[in-house]
Design a protein around this ligand. Structure first.
Ligand SMILES: Nc1nc2c(ncn2[C@@H]2O[C@H](COP(=O)(O)OP(=O)(O)OP(=O)(O)O)[C@@H](O)[C@H]2O)c(=O)[nH]1
Ligand SMILES: [Mg+2]
Length: 271
């Protein structure tokens, strides 16, 4: 149990939260949150996640955030069931944090792996729709770009161009049929992630989102999209910058070339 210390602005009652129940027959779900300076969001977001996915295990991957997010994560781990934290020495990039989370999901035999940004841009109220779609898909995307989805308050022009452009670019180069390929709000079937040669993932930063979809396609995942309303982050600041965006374009291009030459294969076929 955590009592409000005035810093996080909430109290979490662990008694209202049930742990994962392997015997219930329900899929074992891991929810992951990569964090860098999300101290103003983390505790409230966790409470919201457990409201919509009461039986989920939660994993935080924190890169030694200077604002103390890692300490807040440790406090949550001490008071809540099935709450796990990976601390890394410094800011190693969103892609490597997500890769660490995927490896954790595979190593611990979860059925589903669901990720969302830790800034409230991905409202947890859409988690049930993502999980419902897993009945007949291997990957479910929380999508801004299908009917019913969108961005609350609208993106500014620069961000709109960046997001639309990178989605079009990824669709053309990587042969993706889905509409929202750059957001991280998704659920994956872990048995399919296991078929991916994770050692071949090149993205260290934001292009991880397009790259993992590319590899999911290589291993034959069925993909669905469910609408979400993306919200502007509640607290803190964005970590994406021009350098990250240029690197993402380069990596997607390299993957496109690999696809063109038929060099992208599942783990079993590659070995
Ligand atoms: N562990 C870890 N997490 C990161 C890193 N970079 C970004 N994140 C997290 O990844 C998520 C997405 O990053 P954001 O900064 O929100 O990027 P964005 O969503 O493109 O930008 P805004 O929504 O405008 O803030 C957030 O939960 C960040 O805290 C990193 O290097 N390491
Ligand atoms: Mg964000």
């Amino acid at each position: 149990m955590i009592h409000d210390d005035g810093k996080n602005g909430l109290s979490l009652l662990s008694s209202s939260i049930s742990p994962s129940d392997a015997e219930s027959g329900a899929p074992r779900l891991l929810v992951s949150l990569a964090t860098y300076n999300e101290s103003g969001n983390l505790a409230a977001l966790v409470q919201e996640i457990r409201r919509f996915a009461p039986h989920s295990a939660i994993l935080v991957i924190d890169d030694n955030s200077p604002d103390g997010t890692g300490r807040i994560a440790d406090e949550l781990a001490a008071s809540l069931p099935d709450f796990h934290v990976i601390h890394r020495a410094g800011k190693l990039g969103l892609g490597t944090a997500m890769l660490a989370a995927v490896e954790y999901a595979v190593a611990h035999n979860y059925d589903y792996f669901l990720n969302l940004d830790a800034d409230f841009s991905h409202p947890p109220r859409f988690i049930p729709a993502l999980l419902a779609g897993m009945v007949d898909h291997d990957v479910m995307i929380g999508s801004r770009y299908i009917p019913g989805g969108g961005v609350e308050g609208e993106f500014n022009l620069k961000r709109k161009i960046m997001s639309t452009g990178i989605n079009l670019y990824a669709r053309c180069l990587l042969g993706l049929k889905t509409k929202d390929n750059s957001g991280s709000y998704r659920c994956y079937r872990v048995s399919k992630l296991r078929e991916i040669d994770l050692g071949r993932i090149r993205s260290r930063g934001y292009s991880f989102q397009e790259e993992i979809l590319f590899w999911c396609r290589v291993v034959g995942c069925t993909m669905g999209e469910t609408p979400i309303l993306f919200e502007n982050r509640r607290s803190g600041y964005s970590k994406i910058n021009t350098g990250e965006a240029v690197t993402a374009l380069k990596i997607i291009f390299e993957l496109g070339v690999m696809r063109l030459f038929g060099r992208a294969r599942p783990k079993a076929a590659a070995s």
